[in-house]
Ligand binder design. Structure first.
Ligand code: SF4
Ligand code: SF4
Length: 155
């Protein structure tokens, strides 16, 4: 059986993700984080920090592709609107343009799952797989929220 993965020195999601309990915004390093060491309030960290597990931690991808190495935090979510959505959060500027990101994006789209690229700049792009249609109301709402929508992913 494969060895259980651990975060180790990775703190990528402490930058990419928002933490509502402490009003931490996405894309900014948490004030309680020391890069390469971890959380300074580990024992009393918010519940959402305790709950969060990126997909690398759950076993997706190769062992050496830990998010602090690839610069991308992978986060598959099930929601009411899009149902299955594979989120790719940029932890290191430029990482969403890397080959690693492109290969995963292509493969997930081929599996007929929506993919979102979430940049440190705040830019958000939703890629629609070929076999899915985005309802007009959903599209309108996303565009109003500033999400860019793309039906074609260029590898
Ligand atoms: S991005 Fe994944 S591996 Fe890195 S600290 Fe967060 S949960 Fe752990
Ligand atoms: S509270 Fe701790 S675990 Fe949560 S984002 Fe901040 S540094 Fe990371």
């Amino acid at each position: 059986m494969a060895k259980k993965r651990v975060c180790g020195a990775c703190t990528a999601c402490c930058k990419t993700h928002g933490v509502s309990e402490i009003k931490k915004l996405p894309g900014y390093l948490c004030a309680h984080c020391t890069i390469g060491t971890g959380c300074n309030i580990y024992k009393s960290r918010p519940q959402s920090c305790k709950d969060f597990q990126c997909d690398w931690l759950k076993g997706f991808g190769r062992k050496g592709q830990r998010p602090d190495k690839t610069g991308v935090v992978l986060d598959f979510v099930i929601g009411e609107v899009l149902r299955e959505l594979f989120q790719m959060w940029e932890a290191i500027e430029g990482a969403l343009g890397r080959r690693f990101t492109k290969i995963i994006t292509r493969d997930i789209l081929e599996a007929n799952i929506f993919v979102a690229h979430l940049y440190l700049s705040g830019k958000r792009v939703l890629f629609i797989p070929r076999g899915k249609i985005l309802h007009a109301d959903t599209r309108k709402q996303l565009v109003e929220e500033g999400v860019e929508i793309s039906s074609s992913f260029r590898f």
